[in-house]
Design a binder for this molecule. Structure first.
Ligand SMILES: [Zn+2]
Length: 446
């Protein structure tokens, strides 16, 4: 039987980095060995000193198709993912139109994705006021969990929920042991107007307090309904202690932060640069240092991009109005080099990239039995990259539909060389040798 074999000196396995061979058969890793078994016919690919890591899993991506394909789209988004070493992403239920809050909308989205997926893609369903009767039909369709907002989402068709809605939705979601992903901000104290081009004004308009209140509420409800709660894009370090306590109590709560909260600090963000606008906002250095600490201690489980682009007009790129601009940072293709560049300055080892970008994020959508590890029986979804090579981010390199990103002109370490999807080479040194090999991943996928 034909076996494909990747030989490398730096293979990131759950036991650590080792030299050897990764054997691939029928899209799966059939063995990880120090030596080649002489009896097998095989093709050997030598990656030399480059690192072989499990393909990245990004469970927080807004691809915006159908309906807002002019913002991103399956074709461009998943191409960028492949170029960034991401082999599975999970698309959010909002920004697309219709929003994924009904079984019918799920069908429309799955149909729109057909023939456009460069990498695997799963879907989150949405919880909005009044749609609790759609939760089980969405589960039957194959959503991997649900997303809800506690403040205005920016998309009018995706209103935020209140205590009443959570009371109806959480017991149903808990019964199926799926996660409820929550955008944790409760907009209580609105700040008075100020200079709308000032970053510090924008920062003060979404204080930590908004996040802290929302997180406290979700910890209470997590305990009350014994429902898996996942806090998306944690930015306020004030919430680290209560989250730690909740975890120590054994509550089923998980947390992600995003690359931009770890890479940038508010002090360095120039005014009127709307590419940096996201919600909750990027905060001060002292806050962000605590996020790093919490990530290293395992209180924050993983890092996801929250890739959420919009056309330049919506980003108010020319006016520089941070209050009006769409809140969302585009970074999908750069997920690995951004985190690695910031991590290597702190002497964090490469293995942590495999943990924070592959193994841990695979747990949230329940894909951890097939993805996120280089081990026998796992999908041969792999990334080959060179952590020592650096590059400068240019618009031409990016496969995102819009090139607006705060990372333009940044010098980053970590060049993605190859991406393998179920044993097939889908990205190779800037080229895409095979197209549309991605699959829709649902809970039913074995
Ligand atoms: Zn998001």
């Amino acid at each position: 039987m034909d076996i494909l074999c990747i030989r490398g000196k730096n293979i990131c396995t759950p036991e650590g980095i080792r030299a050897g061979y990764v054997m691939i058969q029928n899209g799966l890793i059939s063995d990880v060995a120090e030596n080649l078994s002489p009896s097998l016919s095989r093709e050997v690919i030598d990656i030399g000193d480059s690192f072989l890591m499990p393909g990245l899993v990004d469970p927080h991506v807004h691809l915006n198709e159908p309906g807002r394909t002019n913002w991103e789209g399956f074709a461009t988004g998943t191409r960028a993912a492949a170029a960034g070493g991401i082999t599975t992403l999970v698309d959010m239920p909002l920004n697309c139109s219709p929003v994924t809050t009904t079984a019918a909308a799920f069908d429309q989205k799955a149909k729109a994705a057909e023939g456009q997926l460069q990498v695997n893609c799963g879907f989150w369903g949405g919880v909005v006021p009044g749609n609790h009767t759609q939760i089980e039909p969405l589960i039957d369709k194959g959503v991997l969990g649900f997303k809800a907002f506690l403040t205005h989402s920016g998309i009018d068709e995706f209103p935020n929920i209140t205590g009443d809605d959570l009371q109806k939705a959480m017991p149903i979601i808990a019964r199926h042991n799926l996660p409820l992903l929550v955008h944790c901000e409760i907009s209580t104290n609105l700040v008075p107007g100020g200079d709308e081009r000032s970053y510090l004004h924008y920062l003060s308009s979404r204080p930590k307090d908004w996040e802290d209140k929302a997180i406290a509420l979700m910890i209470r409800l997590c305990e009350l309904y014994n429902c898996r709660v996942h806090i998306v894009h944690l930015s306020s370090a004030n919430s680290i202690a209560p989250i730690k306590q909740a975890k120590e109590k054994g509550l089923p709560i998980t947390v992600e932060t995003a690359q931009h909260y770890l890479y940038f600090n508010a002090e360095e963000i120039p005014n009127a640069q709307t590419a940096y606008k996201c919600a909750p906002p990027i905060r001060e250095k002292a806050n962000n240092e605590q996020l790093w600490q919490a990530l290293q201690e395992g209180i924050i489980d993983f890092v996801a991009t929250d890739h959420s682009p919009a056309p330049p007009e919506m980003k108010e790129s020319s006016s520089g109005n941070l209050i009006k601009a769409w809140g969302g940072i585009a970074s999908l293709q750069l997920a690995l080099p951004i985190l690695w560049t910031a991590a290597r300055k702190r002497d964090i080892p490469v293995m942590n990239m495999a943990k924070w970008l592959s193994a841990n994020p695979a747990l949230l959508p329940g894909l951890n039995r097939s993805k996120g590890k280089i081990a026998r029986g796992y999908d041969a979804d792999l990334v080959v990259w060179d952590p020592n090579k650096k590059f400068t981010v240019t618009a031409e390199q990016l496969h995102h539909k819009h090139k607006t990103t705060p990372y333009l002109n940044q010098q980053l370490y970590g060049v993605v060389e190859q991406t393998w999807l179920q044993g097939k080479l889908v990205f190779d040194h800037g080229n895409f040798p095979l197209l549309n090999k991605g699959k829709i991943v649902t809970l039913d996928t074995p």
